[in-house]
Design a protein around this ligand. Structure first.
Ligand code: DX5
Ligand code: ZN
Length: 232
């Protein structure tokens, strides 16, 4: 996987049909998804529950692109090896999930994965300042984590501050929550290159009729690329 700041669209399968993940993953990849975003929630760090390692391992069999696993769990460290075994390419942990995010990022890389660090909306950009050598991705949340379909929170100033801190380092900036063709230009212009979108990708389609997935992904990509070009 070589590093590129080109815009990447990462559909969140939190908005997929939960009885049909294999076909849903194939449908989004066949219709332009660059990465597949998997939201892991524990009912403790966030007020919702989703997938454990065996489910994520089952998804892996269908993912041909990049499996991007967003952990909204606390603690993180006891589960790192299980998500490595499940086949995560990127494993992202929240800075708010425990006192030792530095150690957590080292452990994620140590287990052979790319390491991501996520920030809740209330957490300032400076929280990642001393982590950039240990991270392959910084995830700026644009909703409070836990649910799909929430309203976008404007975190463009935070994204721009992190983009400046990253400089030439090969670190992605990912944005997650309320991303659609209207909000994608804002985050892309601020410096984000990986755009997660759940409801805005899956709306209007199904695994049987996946053409809307392709249209939705293309619309987000087009909006983001236009803004990223004019900001460059
Ligand atoms: C929120 C999750 C997101 C969510 C995004 O806790 O991390 O990935 O699925 O959903 P939308 O795009 O619908 O806001
Ligand atoms: Zn997510």
């Amino acid at each position: 996987m070589s590093f590129s700041r080109a815009i990447k669209i990462a559909p969140s399968i939190l908005s997929a049909d939960f009885a049909d993940f294999g076909r849903e993953i194939r449908a989004i990849e066949d219709h332009g998804a660059d990465w597949v975003h998997v939201d892991v929630m524990d009912g403790h760090f966030v007020p919702n529950l989703t997938f454990g390692p065996p489910a994520v391992k089952a998804f892996r069999a269908h993912v041909k692109t990049v499996m991007d696993v967003h952990l909204m769990i606390a603690p993180v460290d006891p589960y790192i090896e299980a998500y490595a075994q499940a086949g995560a390419d990127f494993l992202t942990a929240h800075v708010e999930a425990g006192p030792h995010i530095h150690r957590t990022l080292q452990a994620i890389r140590g287990a052979g994965m790319k390491a991501g660090v996520a920030l809740n909306p209330g957490t300032p950009a400076g929280a990642v300042e001393h982590l950039l050598e240990l991270a392959d991705l910084v995830l700026v949340m644009t909703v409070n984590p836990g649910f799909g379909g929430q309203r976008f929170l404007d975190m463009t100033a935070k994204i721009a501050a992190i983009r400046a801190m990253i400089g030439d380092r090969p670190v992605h900036i990912q944005v997650d929550g309320g991303v659609d063709p209207a909000t994608a230009p804002l985050v892309a212009a601020a410096g984000a290159d990986v755009l997660v979108a759940g409801s805005a990708v899956f709306r209007g389609g199904t695994a049987d009729t996946p053409a809307p997935y392709g249209k939705n992904i293309a619309a987000i990509r087009k909006a983001a690329e236009g803004a990223a070009r004019s900001a460059a």
